[in-house]
Design a protein around this ligand. Sequence first.
Ligand code: CP
Length: 330
Amino acid sequence: MSQAIEQGLIEARAGRDLSCFDLYSIDQLSLADIDLIYDLARLFRKAKTEKLSLNKGCSLVHAFFENSTRTLASFDLSAKNLSMDTSSVSGNSSVKKGESFLDTAQTLDSYNLKAITIRSAEAGVAEMLSRHVRASVINAGDGWHEHPTQALLDGLTMLDHSKSKTLQGKTICFVGDIVHSRVFGSLVRLLKKLKATIRVAGPLTLMPAYVEKFGVTVYTNVEEALAGADIVYALRVQEERGANGFIPTLREYSKMFGISRKRLDLAAKDAILMHPGPVRRDVDVHSALVSVDEQSQILQQVENGMAVRKAVLWLLCNRMDNKVKEMTRL
Ligand code: CP
């Protein structure tokens, strides 16, 4: 069974490789790269948790300096399904004793890893480290900046729900704490590449300065923003980044911007509801809509995370030799 799945994946890959050796930003990906990831992710999804030997002999360390449930668990399970050896360092690592991110990453790199996943509260850490280690660095979320695999899994969820199998002509409406959202940071870049129309709604205090430069339309009235949207994407108020200081109270925020049944009904009839998780029930989204409503794709997003991360891990592992050549050339 697993041999047939592997053969199918190898045929679908058809010798194709990503144009990058690391993944710290959606900006690194061409349309061909995105197609390749999605071709493979759809096959990995079909294979469910079948144990495959595609990355046998490859090691991966998760360096997560911020909390995570979905990203860490799915990267780790994905790696194990691909027969990789994995280990984790966390907020309790030697960074707490004063070691720099760079020294930590170079220490881990000495174990001849093929990949390092990194989550940090600081923007730019993954990109900086990618220039100094041989392993492929995968950004699992850096501060307010980017979270590329989250955007890729969201893009797959959106494409699966588009009858035309494209996002061109589709309207995605983001609602919530845009300024602190690395999910928005990556997803807006991906959706622009896929030619979607993007609206953003939320308190102006939670809107990034110059957000219009991404080619999005800004609304302060959530009802106007939601009207006729094909996809409603709610974003969490990020208390850990001080978002509560930008709104009067969570209760008032929920009243003004929380996605309720009534608000969701303003979107297109067959609209879907998405959220990257973790959800703050009754703040970002009304509890009754979160996991049981048929419009909610929140758990499907989670499932797609495994498929996309397997594709990314398979594509990036074993690129180390080429990456080192490229680094030496620079
Ligand atoms: N969406 C997301 O990144 O979730 P975690 O913080 O649980 O990984």
